[in-house]
Ligand binder design. Structure first.
Ligand SMILES: [Zn+2]
Length: 316
């Protein structure tokens, strides 16, 4: 009866399944490239045309040109037909897809299929939001609004998601968290996440007069909040603010060095420094915030204790 073994449910925690899941992640990464490319385009569908074309020669790609990472490496980053360069973003996103699936597997394989799929899909969606936001300063509604619809449904079906949530535990009153308590936690997280970002945007606009926070960020954090609950939202926001500020300061420093180098070439004396700093602050002002929200949501979802323990307001 040994052969029956292959018919039984795969052991999610086995290294063999982990390897399979990472390879899945590579192919999902290919699909994420399509989403990143087509989501922001009005009226475009990710399903049709189903096969990719080369934008250079408009030729439909063969299967061997669609192998994640491998095709790009074998073709040395060029189209086989017209030799047009293929952006390194494509293999990078495929590798990130594999990494996302690996991290989800490590965090959730022991929790069963539900959590493994949830973590993998949510991380994949966050990767799409991150790349689109970096490129176009917007977060696709497919991710943010889609997530706002999905969060309550998932919370209801998988009450374990909020088994230690503040609101859920209070409502369950000693019993195990059920669907209703779980959905309540979800809505509380959505309200907190969306509300805090909306408030920050409102204050930012009062202070600087410009739109400091896009509505896409509000919707993304509402969706994320619904998945990670009240405490998780609070933690995710801390990660986002810290990471976003750090990158913001480094970005201004980068512009400062660029402006100073230009001033030196024009032999401007040292009094150019304050002016360089002013210019750098203006040039470095526009940074997307979505990627850092995505980072925070991802870290909380995967329950990365090493990072969460560092937060000043842990609540963990
Ligand atoms: Zn081509």
């Amino acid at each position: 009866m040994m052969w029956l073994g292959i018919l039984t449910f795969p052991q999610l925690e086995s290294a063999g399944f982990g390897f399979f899941w990472v390879v899945m992640g590579l192919f999902v990464g290919s699909f994420l490239n399509v989403c990143i490319h087509r989501f922001p385009v009005e009226g475009a569908s990710v399903w049709s045309p189903a096969r990719s074309h080369c934008p250079g020669c408009d030729r439909q790609l063969e299967w061997r040109e669609n192998l994640p990472v491998l095709s790009w490496l074998l073709q040395r980053g060029r189209c086989l037909g017209c030799a047009a360069p293929i952006h390194w973003r494509y293999p990078l996103v495929e590798l990130i897809g594999a990494a996302a699936f690996y991290l989800s597997w490590r965090a959730a394989a022991s929790l069963g299929w539900g959590f493994l799929l949830l973590d993998s899909i949510v991380l994949a969606a966050l990767v799409v939001a991150t790349f689109v936001d970096f490129e176009r300063y917007e977060i696709p509604d497919q991710v943010s609004i889609g997530g706002m619809w999905a969060a309550p449904v998932v919370s209801f079906v998988m009450p374990g998601l909020h088994s230690s949530g503040l609101v859920a535990v209070a409502l369950a009153a000693g019993e195990a968290v059920d669907g209703v308590a779980s959905v309540s936690e979800c809505f509380a997280g959505m309200a907190l996440g969306g509300g805090v970002l909306y408030g920050l945007g409102w204050i930012g606009k009062r202070v600087s007069g410009a739109d400091a926070m896009g509505f896409g960020d509000v919707k993304l954090m509402a969706a994320g909040g619904g998945l990670v609950g009240v405490v998780g939202t609070f933690q995710a926001l801390q990660v986002a603010v810290f990471a976003g500020s750090l990158v913001g300061v480094l970005n201004i420093l980068r512009w400062y060095l660029v402006v100073r180098a230009r001033q030196r070439r024009r032999r401007l004396p040292n009094r150019g420094r304050p002016q360089a700093l002013r210019t750098a602050r203006v040039l470095g002002r526009y940074l997307p915030f979505g990627p850092y929200l995505a980072l925070g949501i991802g870290i909380v979802l995967l329950d990365w204790k090493d990072v969460l323990d560092l937060l000043p307001f842990g609540l963990g």
